[in-house]
Design a protein around this ligand. Sequence first.
Ligand code: MG
Length: 403
Amino acid sequence: MGEDAKNLCLLGSTGSIGRTALRVIRAHPDRFRPLVLVARSRGDILLEQAREFKPKACVLTDQDAVIKYCGDFTALGVELLAEEDCLRFVVGLDEVDSVVCAMSGVAGLIPMESAIRAGKEILFANKEALVVGGEYIMRLVRDSGVRFVPIDSEHSAIYQCLLAGRRDEVSSITLTASGGPFLRSSPEQMSSVTKEQVMAHPTWEMGPEVTVNSATMMNKALEVIEAHFLFGLPPEKIRVVIHPQSIVHGLVEFTDGSVLAQLSPPDMALAVQYALTAPERLAGVVEALDLAAIGKLEFLEPDEQRFPLLRLSYEALGGEWWEPVALNAINETLVRAFLADEISFGALLKLIPDCFKRRNEITGEWSPSAKEPDCLDEILQADTAFRRFALSSVKGHGKRDIE
Ligand code: MG
């Protein structure tokens, strides 16, 4: 291992992005060293990773998993830490240079905030944390002066294309969307698909939540919000185009009419590696792009009838600060209910816009405020309130009621 290797804290090491990040690290052992590996409950995979990469410490945030695996980690001689609270501590360790935020969902927001406050470089794949943390997180990033680089493939593409001009020369950016498994299904067909059909994404291999979000187009809705905060662009300058081949990941149009795009095979390893080295480049871990073998690249306008959830992001961005928080909390709660077989896909497609439409009806200990939040607690309170709100709609619409 090289003396000047970059020491990484990998949040979400057993998930899809985490495993991809370790693939990149494995290819460049002299450049990157995984110092801390963090997972929720998959102790068996974490143990394998600890055996291979010999990190200084591992974290499991799920208590039952800690009890189950602590003996194995002791035998291996790797320290195992427990509980969500220690994430604030491990991201701030002196030896850590960069934090890879690859947890899924809003749970990643707290360690992300701590890492920025500790002055660490942030490589983030956790789009929900930015959707929810929004302007508050971007303000922290600016104030602390840390590098904040996206791993999400579309945002990585835009980040790379933006290097070709000044920010005031950008007239619009375009995120591509694969269209997911139901690109050619009618709204009627979509309401009665099975879970297996939802989970079979045509081009990308991803974790369960993002695979569902990809089928509903909510993934792209969240990415529009992510792009808004990350690049500081108004929603009207952020476009979405369907591109089933997932070869072109993002495009930037400059004021002179020139459009720059980033292309690569649909493999997250490239976006992870670029985030780790940007703006430098290393020899690729991804197979070369063969455009002639691909033959054709298609681009289509997203169909509003088929994918009505996409416009919710623009609605949320046109409203108060808490509206993206509401949209994400509603979506995350309902997607979990779908993955737990509590509601059907048809119910999911119906309940997300229904709940979001009723966002002003929220009652209880938290109420919408016009003032921008100046601490994380306020954001997390809004998040909790909208989760409860969404959960009550699941109870009112059991699987049988909808089918
Ligand atoms: Mg993406």
